[in-house]
Design a binder for this molecule. Structure first.
Ligand code: NDP
Length: 295
């Protein structure tokens, strides 16, 4: 089983080491470092965990890292004012507003107001369009980009292969499809969602399955053919009284029944999750190089 695992944590560490080297050489050349600002509205515990790990990673890479925590009852105007300030701050090259924001906040409008050159999450429509058209100067969203990088670094052949993506969200499913059909990746893509007529039949035709459903252990062994490469994007908390924290993390794939059939599979945790942060750091470095015109 061990040799089937795509170890996202190990691959993410490799990427982080590469970034660390590049940042330090660019700092030597220019005296400048990438700046990342993360905005959190309220103190949702799960969002806090994500924001803290992004901040910690940025600091460990020698980035200028700023965390802004706004009150839960912040107005749309207050959040937009912070975004505007960060857009105009020359020390900041990447901005992200942690999702999900509280209900009074119109997330779409916030994203539209982030300078696309600093939109390291890759959610601004301008970046979505650039990535979709295969232009070089967009920012691919971190999670699907991390999945593609996992496939590349695990030497999975994508050319001419059938990739079945389960989920059509704007942050995972759709951009994943857009990346898999790019020239050079060259997969043939099927996108499935809650209205797909026979999900098992679609997945059984896949060479590569990418699961982004948000339902714990939803994809089971009977839905997968022998030899499939399985990328599990899901991060779900399920109650488990045997664990000290009272819950365990699991993916959208039922690892127990799918792993024996898969040729390669990502674990949860330690698969796609660490890659998302690594690609965020990579996008921030990219934004820095573009804005400062170096590297
Ligand atoms: P969304 O809830 O936005 O999207 C889920 C998708 O799954 C929807 O397109 C939905 O279809 C589809 N779906 C729901 N039920 C079914 C079903 N019965 N059959 C087929 N498709 C179904 O989730 P996200 O894309 O934001 O996230 C997906 C998962 O990935 C979650 O577990 C999330 O926690 C995780 N995640 C992990 C990240 C990481 O860093 N590793 C980052 C982001 C997300 P429809 O559109 O028809 O409703």
């Amino acid at each position: 089983m061990e040799d089937k695992l795509i170890r996202g944590k190990v691959i993410a560490d490799e990427i982080i080491a590469e970034l660390r080297e590049e940042v330090s050489s660019l700092k030597e050349k220019s005296g400048k470092v990438p700046g990342l600002a993360v905005v959190l509205i309220g103190e949702d515990p799960a969002s806090q965990v994500y924001v803290n790990s992004k901040e910690k990673m940025a600091n460990s890479l020698g980035y200028h890292s700023v965390k802004i925590v706004l009150p839960l009852d912040s107005s749309q105007e207050a959040v937009l004012a912070v975004v505007e300030e960060l857009n105009n701050d020359p020390a900041i090259h990447g901005i992200l507003v942690q999702s999900p924001p509280p209900p009074q906040i119109d997330e779409e409008q916030i994203i539209l107001n982030i300078n696309p050159q600093k939109d390291v999450d890759g959610f601004h429509p301008s970046n979505v369009g650039l990535v979709f058209t295969g232009a070089k100067d967009g920012f691919p969203p971190c999670t699907p980009w991390g999945c593609l990088e996992l496939l590349k670094r695990s030497k999975v052949e994508t050319k001419g292969k059938h990739a079945v993506i389960v989920g059509r969200s704007n942050i995972v499913g759709k951009p994943m499809a857009s990346l898999m059909i790019q020239k050079g990746v060259d997969s043939t893509v099927t996108i499935c969602h809650s209205r797909t007529a026979d999900l098992g039949a679609e997945i059984r035709r896949a060479d590569i399955v990418i699961a982004a459903v948000g339902i714990p252990e939803f994809i089971t062994g009977d839905m997968v053919s022998e030899g499939t490469v399985v990328i599990d994007v899901g991060i779900n908390r399920v109650d488990d009284e045997t664990r000290p924290r009272g819950y365990r993390l699991c993916g959208d794939v039922d690892f127990e029944s799918v792993a024996p059939k898969a040729s390669l599979i990502t674990p949860v945790p330690g698969g796609v999750g660490p890659m998302t942060i690594a690609m965020l750091m990579s996008n921030t470095l990219l934004a820095f190089k573009r804005i400062e015109n170096i590297g």
